[in-house]
Design a protein around this ligand. Sequence first.
Ligand SMILES: Nc1ncnc2c1ncn2[C@@H]1O[C@H](COP(=O)(O)OP(=O)(O)OP(=O)(O)O)[C@@H](O)[C@H]1O
Ligand SMILES: [K+]
Ligand SMILES: [Mg+2]
Length: 675
Amino acid sequence: MHGTKALLNGEILRQALKESVLKLDPRVMIRNPIMFVVEIGFVATLPLAWMPDAFGGGSPVWFNIAVSIVLLVTVLFANFAEALAEGRGKAQADSLKRSKKETTAYKVTGGAVKQVPSTELRKGDIVVVGQGQWIPGDGEVIEGLASVDESAITGESAPVIKEAGGDFNSVTGGTRVLSDRIKVRITSDPGESFLDRMISLVEGAKRQKTPNEIALGTVLTSLTLIFMIVVVTLPFYGRYLNVELEVPVLIALLVCLIPTTIGGLLSAIGIAGMDRVTRFNVLAMSGKAVEAAGDINTIILDKTGTITYGNRMASEFIPVGGATEEETALWAVVGSLKDETPEGRSILELASRKNWTRDERLTEEGSFVEFKAETRMSGVDLKDGRKVRKGAVDAIRKWAIAQGGTVPADLQARGDQVASAGGTPLAVAVDDRIYGIVYLKDTVKPGMRERFEQLRRMGIRTIMCTGDNPLTAATIANEAGVDDYIAESKPEDKIAVIRREQAEGKLVAMTGDGTNDAPALAQADVGIAMNSGTAAAKEAANMVDLDSDPSKIIEVIAIGKQLLMTRGALTTFSIANDIAKYFAIVPAMFMTAIPQMEALNVMRLHSPLSAILSALIFNAVIIPLLIPLAMKGVAYKPLSTARLLRRNLLVYGGGGVLVPFAGIKVIDWLVGLWI
Ligand SMILES: Nc1ncnc2c1ncn2[C@@H]1O[C@H](COP(=O)(O)OP(=O)(O)OP(=O)(O)O)[C@@H](O)[C@H]1O
Ligand SMILES: [K+]
Ligand SMILES: [Mg+2]
């Protein structure tokens, strides 16, 4: 994506340091109840630096000051983590804002062209954009074809072709026409453009807590409340045991026990997860969408262009029923002269490579029949009344029969040959006579098998949807290793599959680019639209892939899983930490009154006060130490959820128990040198 690729730079660091102080404002802090408790602890211990016996206690001044400082630093560390995570997005937003300049638009009003500032354009306005000019707003090409430089938005320098009609008609404001001239109908009002949305997304301006974040936040806050009740009641037990429990000691104990590590890193984890998706050149419209990606059970994939390279290329003309190869080619070409689909164009290319002359006069004044997924045919009605059609074998067979023709005996076998090689056979007919087959070749992208294997290990089911015939579908499905496939599917079939899976309680992801994909994209829990696709598709989806690579959905799911896992792992780690802190603080508190407590002092810490301080310091420094993990995400392996859970419990639960024992011991040794 546009802007700095580096994870960190001096500017982001400086800004984050400043932000972490600004975030101390209690009105900001209250949004994070756990860290707010720590801030209150800081404020409560502050007076003890001057008035050590303000609460009637007797802890030494140096200890009170140290506790106070460590508490402040703990809050600053947490703020720093969040500010750092936000920093990258802000830097990106700044560079996007720079590409959002006011330009001159050439607006078409009643036959005349008027110059207006781009900011005055409204939905429905028509503009013309010529060579070298900036496209003044989001819209759809309604006339012409142009190559467009979209690097300001996608970071990809290769120009893309935008043309009227079809699935490649959407243009984005802030991109530039490199050649030719197009007429564009504006589709967004000022302030609501794609670039505006992108800026507010990366900036995190509209960042809302996700459902999972809210749920975890509630658990953590409840835990904090419970520990608060425990700590508040402790002095009563203390009095019963004849132990004077000092206020700074109680606050230190409370802060050590409440889940400050995860509380301090929680929002940074979420922001960094979104940022990972963005850096992958996918725009997620909400954090919720990224989280949903982590929980996906089923993926619906297109065959052409997703699993295979797409752009089904004509590679052979195969005659049937006694016709010649030349005749097949001739009619295939006639039926494709005005077919702008990649399939249609590739037929013309194949014919010219074979040096077959084409007679364009034949189609003069003919009426073109556009390809439709519903009919699975395209062609032309000639002036002399003849109707030329090409399309799916089964569709053409029905067509020829309806015209009163017969079906050549070798049609099925020839078609099946192509299909069982994974190709798409297109039959070519003129009125009632079928001449032959065009072999549209397509190959499965390398590495697909391994990726589907990975998805299976993650417990995710893959369903391939294709408009192709069952034999081609089966061949490709088998070659790519998807779990299931649906052949001869129409756009509305996708919605049916999604609804069926969702009814079983599953979360479904899909990619799409066409206007007819829009309803399914909206229905899916994770819908990724291709940036090259139509405005309707991009509007309906909750993610947009700027690179328009439909197979990226697999990585997006991995990033979502990684986000959920990182949150889980750090929560486990944070809570497991308590055990060591317990062993450090509790014996220290009661040692004077109950000498048997010495048995619990397994760490052999320097002194009771140094033990408490060391636990508190460890509790603070673990936050910045874990920032890199929170930002990068925990190492991700494609395993089943159950195995991942077991592995993470071992690593982060086990580690969470052991690491602080060592950490507190080292800090205690350092503190011991000083006091
Ligand atoms: N330009 C065309 N002219 C005539 N027939 C076509 C053309 N393009 C495709 N077909 C036929 O229509 C069928 C459906 O094509 P379509 O592009 O709708 O598939 P799809 O639903 O997009 O599936 P996929 O996931 O493979 O892209 C193809 O299998 C082919 O037989
Ligand atoms: K803690
Ligand atoms: Mg298609």
